[in-house]
Design a protein around this ligand. Structure first.
Ligand SMILES: C[S@@+](CC[C@H](N)C(=O)[O-])C[C@H]1O[C@@H](n2cnc3c(N)ncnc32)[C@H](O)[C@@H]1O
Length: 397
């Protein structure tokens, strides 16, 4: 009886409150219309739980919690800016992870090397120039600052110098690795096939070694963002037609335009962008209406990589990268591209080991153990970068 009275009282109070709001201002929430029953972020989590728990095994719970937590950024230093921000950032406790490596100072972040032996058991029939310990050439001009492991301090937005150029670009620090791995040398012609919004283009430009840079992205709106980024970071004299070309072509058709041309090609493909898919419902590829687009991703990635391979000159190098943990979108695509390039285009490729790179940066990033093709930064709560997969191919013929 008492419970019945309480309930009646509550209903009355709610009704009274409703009476205080004039009818014309009352809004009845339409749950069915405004709240998706299965938000894309939840669909993504279910999908990843099913696939990555198998793929990553015991590592998945720690990667999962890291991906659901706040990501960490790095500040790519802009050499074209006149303000000396390096000292300021260092005073705040950051370090340039590229030049100030902690190779011997600390134990490796790698938790598990038991799968290392699998490295040798590649089921792809290709020659692997796997000379572990061979040093990789790193551009001395790319500088990226990060806060120490476990330190989750955020960077302040960059400020413009007297010429309006911003001092640093905030990005996932692991995104710099594909640009370092590409190993751009003085006088190279470089193609960035899927370039927008331009973080990696900007990293490549920091090398100041490129003779001619071709920047492409099929999305016109994203290419506009890329242009804005370039104008905010690079002086006009470096953005002339003799040095840079910006296009919005479908990269899969690049072979119709230019073949066997570039010394270096970056193929940073669209993917399931795992971190974004887990945290943002907007523009999420796990949205039910985008199922077809998501399923077609590996085919699109394969076509883009093949186009990049064709665009490279014999002796040239191609860097394939994604920001997903998915084997189908990573090693699976590279394996198929190697076979199809040989069978359909008569192009022989060699996978170049990136192990020296992972050795150099093993105290900044957490790398997945035992990948038979390419390397992958996996998110870790103490070093919450990635995921970034990268695989380097050298065109032999
Ligand atoms: C992972 S994002 C690239 C990120 C960029 N490299 C960066 O570092 O800022 C993939 C890009 O591929 C572009 N893309 C999708 N399909 C493409 C195609 N067929 N040809 C060229 N670019 C494409 C998308 O518009 C998107 O900007």
């Amino acid at each position: 009886m008492a419970l019945f009275m309480d309930t009646r009282l509550i209903i009355r109070k709610v009704t009274d409150l409703r009476c205080l709001t004039p009818r014309r201002y009352r809004v009845k929430e339409k749950w069915a219309a405004t709240h998706a029953k299965h938000p894309p972020t939840r669909l993504a989590l279910h999908h990843f739980d099913a696939t990555y728990s198998v793929q990553l095994g015991k590592l998945w719970p720690s990667v999962r919690v890291a991906m659901l937590s706040e990501r960490k950024y790095g500040a790519l230093l802009n050499n074209f800016c006149h303000d000396a921000v390096l000292v300021d950032l260092q005073a705040k406790g950051c370090r340039d992870f590229i030049t100030n490596r902690e190779e011997d100072a600390m134990p490796s972040l790698e938790q598990n090397s038991e799968t290392q032996a699998q490295d040798e058991s590649s089921d792809v029939s290709l020659k692997k120039s796997d000379i572990d310990g061979r040093q990789i050439n790193l551009s001395p001009n790319i500088k990226c600052l990060v806060f120490p492991r476990g330190d989750v301090t955020r960077f302040k937005p960059a400020r413009p110098d007297a010429y309006g150029l911003l001092s640093y670009y905030l990005m996932d620090a692991a995104s710099v690795l594909p640009c370092l791995a590409l190993d751009v040398q003085e006088g190279h012609n470089v193609l960035d096939l899927c370039a927008a919004p331009g973080g990696k283009t900007l990293s490549l430009l920091q090398t100041q070694s490129i003779r001619f840079l071709c920047v492409n992205d099929t999305s016109v709106s994203r290419t506009m963002r890329l242009r804005k980024v370039l104008h905010s970071y690079v002086p006009k004299q470096f953005l002339t037609d003799e040095k840079l070309r910006i296009t919005s072509f479908d990269g899969t058709k690049w072979g119709d335009i230019e073949r066997s041309t570039f010394d270096r090609v970056l193929v940073d493909v669209p993917c399931t962008t795992d971190r974004h898919s887990l945290t943002e419902d907007d523009n999420n590829i796990f949205n039910k209406i985008r199922v077809g687009e998501r399923r077609r991703l590996p085919q699109l990635q394969l076509e883009l990589l093949l186009a990049g391979i064709e665009a490279a000159c014999p002796g040239g190098e191609i860097l394939y990268s994604t920001c997903t943990l998915s084997q189908n979108q990573n090693q699976g695509v590279v394996e198929q591209a190697i076979c199809l390039a040989r069978e359909n285009h008569g192009i022989q490729l060699e996978a170049v080991s990136l192990r020296p790179l992972t050795q150099m940066f093993r105290n900044t990033f957490h790398f997945a153990p035992g990948l038979h093709l390419g390397e992958m930064v996996i998110p870790h709560l103490a070093a919450n970068f990635g995921p970034i997969y990268m695989c380097k191919l050298k065109r032999l013929t």
